[in-house]
Ligand binder design. Structure first.
Ligand SMILES: C[S@@+](CC[C@H](N)C(=O)[O-])C[C@H]1O[C@@H](n2cnc3c(N)ncnc32)[C@H](O)[C@@H]1O
Length: 218
């Protein structure tokens, strides 16, 4: 049985490549789900490489893929793969897919890598993730790259002020989620006042190089 790194290369995804080494952390989170009938949603299909990789990796999972332009993928929906042409911020469309699927066990954002869209997708999709589920944001290096992602969406200085549009980079947003994991204390005393709480009820946030894994408590 091939591991995820081998399957990434076999299908031509860059998840395990010269640029990214995502296979090992993905295996840590997903290895125990390999033969479970989970529902996985990936934002960003491109050629369809990662959708084929997920289908091959999981033996019984259903893979949902979303892209704003399906013309490159050559993918057609079948019993275990469902593809949709939508923007990653299309709340009504994403909610309809979640309703059809019964909710997602795993959500992967490998779409625009534009901070405002990455954050908007998280806000829409987090409630559609099942308890015990996993949300993954890939390619976070884009948060530091105003040349390609514009100074409205990225900032090279980690201690820089908020973006000109008043928003956060995707990394700044993920760092803010760390507060959500830590604000609470069992019992009545809550150090972080409710006015500062985003209310996502996260279990954990873990960063690896360019990628963040966020779990929902069960
Ligand atoms: C990095 S590629 C995806 C690669 C694929 N996940 C893989 O590993 O083989 C990014 C894809 O996101 C899509 N995309 C860009 N902006 C988007 C948006 N706002 N909504 C949905 N998809 C978007 C692009 O059309 C492109 O196909």
């Amino acid at each position: 049985m091939r591991d995820l790194g081998q399957l990434s290369k076999r299908h031509g995804s860059d998840k395990e490549s010269l640029y990214h080494q995502y296979a090992k952390p993905y295996e840590q989170y997903l290895g125990s789900l390999r033969h479970k009938p989970i529902k996985l949603l990936e934002l960003g299909i491109a050629s369809g490489a990662s959708i084929r990789m997920w289908k091959d990796y999981f033996s019984t999972a259903t893979i949902y893929g979303v892209d704003c332009d399906l013309s490159q993928s050559g993918l057609v929906s079948d019993r275990r793969v469902k593809v949709f042409e939508l923007d990653q911020t299309d709340e009504a469309g994403l909610t309809a897919i979640a309703d059809e699927s019964g909710g997602f066990d795993v959500i992967v954002d490998d779409a625009s890598h534009i901070s405002s869209k990455t954050i908007a997708s998280f806000k829409i999709l987090w409630p559609l993730l099942k308890s015990g589920g996993l949300y993954v944001i890939e390619d976070l290096q884009t948060s530091y790259d105003p040349v390609h992602y514009t100074s409205e969406e990225a900032c090279v200085d980690p201690d820089g002020p908020p973006l000109p549009n008043g928003g956060l980079t995707a990394v700044q947003f993920c760092k803010r989620l760390v507060d959500e994991v830590n604000y609470d204390l069992s019992g009545n005393w809550t150090p972080l006042q409710r006015e500062y709480w985003l209310g996502y009820e996260l279990e954990s946030v873990q960063f690896f190089n360019n990628i963040c894994f966020i779990t929902k408590g069960s």
